[in-house]
Ligand binder design. Sequence first.
Ligand code: DOR
Ligand code: ZN
Length: 453
Amino acid sequence: MSSAQVSSSKASGSILIRGGRVVDPSRNVDALSDMLLDGGLITDVAAPGKLDAAAKKLRAEVLEAKGCVVCPGFIDLHVHLREPGQTHKETIRTGTLAAAAGGFTTVCAMPNTTPVNDTPEWSRWMQDPEREASVRLLPVPAATVGSMGEKLTDYAALKKAGAVAVSDDGKPILEDEIMRACLVAAAKLGLPVSQHAEDTRLTGGCSMHAGDVSFRLGLRGMTIEAESQIVERDIRLLEEIERKEKLRPHLHVQHVSTLKALDAIRAAKKRGLHVTCEVAPHHFALTDEAVFREGFGYETSAKMNPPLRPESERQACIAALLDGTVDAIATDHAPHAHHEKNVEFERAPNGITGLETALGLSLRLLHSQYGMPLGKVLSLLTNRPAGVFNLSGLGTLMKGASADVCVFDAGKVWAFDAERSLSMSKNTPFHHHAMQGQILWTIASGRVVYSAK
Ligand code: DOR
Ligand code: ZN
């Protein structure tokens, strides 16, 4: 990212953000205002000039935000920060620096670490100040021991240790009885079950979407049904549990990539079931054509799971973002080292980095190309994800809320340079791609954790 630097200032002093366009979808606010932050909280939002005296008294640092958008810091429901155990790919420190550079002030960390985060001890370890996270890290520990899909973890103890959901992430829970037990146990504690929807019995040996491109490359492909059938099965379980147990389980479907799965979610929402879902920027920005590299064959930086799909599925994701079926934009930030990705396509690990390109792709595509109002785009990055994982007091600029704020230039078009990414890994298909919207400052709990100046 340009000449950007991350501030290492430890103190959460007072800050006046002056003259910006404050967009706070949690309260339907879009107005020119000043904002005062003090003691890690938002202490006031008022008409331009009205807070000058108070700011002077506090000797507040002044950030001039004229011409910029000021909004709640973004919330990512789905990141992989690789700690414990895979620190050659990323650490909590570097992953959260990348998060701050992308405007995120809260990230929810998936459990496929080494070892798997399936205990309160590891969940607490991840949140320990010794990890040096620059933004808030909320753990999403495993739903089953070792993510083996057999025995439930201790949800009550995990919740006490800060878990905001449970998930077996890349290892979906296939056994109906186990998934039912997860949903029941989580419902009793008000925890969402976040599911990577993939019937892995149908995807063994597959490395991309099953279609024209996989045929051309001679690669075995994953079908759309491998995703949609698990979503449909999970929704049936929700219905059954609501009917028989008088509980209200919450299913959150991760990174949906197909029309069939989106249709099932849309219909379930209409029936009043508690289903939410997220879409990743790469699924609305790219198609499986990105896997094909002219003159070389394939591109492992476009390999992830779920895979990139054809244009019809990309359009379905965009339509579901526009009509409100999708609750959140989540990155599935999945760093991998160069030597791991620089191998034959089928041997390369799944995943791409995503924290620093989420806003740029969302504004360029959803806002500028597909006409989604700015407030709606920001809502998918702030108050709506907060609602999905019940993060009360986050994703809002309400007075008294945590001073988690993002300031960006909404009109700025720039090219992403992977080499300048703050993530430890550079595995992205968006190197040199156009982005819209440049983050100028990210403030987490009242501290400037990223500054482009
Ligand atoms: O692309 C992916 N990367 N999908 C997953 O399910 C796992 C993730 C990772 O951890 O690298
Ligand atoms: Zn993931």
